[in-house]
Design a binder for this molecule. Structure first.
Ligand SMILES: [Fe+2]
Length: 170
């Protein structure tokens, strides 16, 4: 009988530790997704700044390409926030929150030469890809296939943009 009680206590203790670990993991993941979402939001406006204020001989091409990226960015923003809702999280939804959390820095509202604009976008896409890769790998460890799929789509799109921009800058 005593052995059974000891076994039961040990079982409960292990389960409690596992539950705490799971809660801690979810919290870490949630924080990373908050930062990722904030970066997308800040980048959305930053890309508009560049879309409006880029100058140079290939203005039309750069202007239109920047529009293509901010359109895709707003779709990513929605997909990440909706994933958070689906999984019982609460997506941050104010500019104040985004500015507090984002690791992408805003730009001054002024004219930018095409190379300068493209280098800025390149840097931001690399930052987003690094974070999306980290989130993807952590999600994989937790068998969170939905988040793995979402982040793999993000990484694939960012990798293509990095290739495009690096080719434009050569
Ligand atoms: Fe426009």
């Amino acid at each position: 009988m005593l052995q059974e009680v000891e076994y039961l206590l040990a079982f409960c203790y292990t389960k409690a530790i596992k539950n705490n670990e799971m809660k801690r993991n979810l919290k870490t993941m949630s924080k990373k997704l908050d930062i990722y979402l904030a970066n997308l939001a800040v980048n959305y406006i930053k890309l508009h700044n560049l879309h409006w204020n880029v100058v140079g001989k290939s203005f039309k091409q750069a202007h239109e390409y920047l529009e293509e990226i901010y359109d895709a960015t707003t779709e990513s923003l929605d997909a990440v926030a909706e994933y958070q809702k689906m999984t019982g999280d609460f997506p941050k939804a104010s500019l104040k929150n985004y500015l507090e959390l984002a690791t992408i820095k805003e730009l001054e509202s002024k004219e930018y030469k095409i190379d300068e604009a493209l280098n800025t976008v390149l840097e931001d896409q690399k930052l987003l890809r690094d974070l999306a890769t980290k989130i993807r790998n952590e999600a994989d460890e937790k068998n969170d296939f939905g988040l793995v799929a979402l982040m793999e789509d993000e990484v694939a799109a960012q990798t293509k943009r990095i290739w495009f921009i690096e080719s434009m800058l050569k």
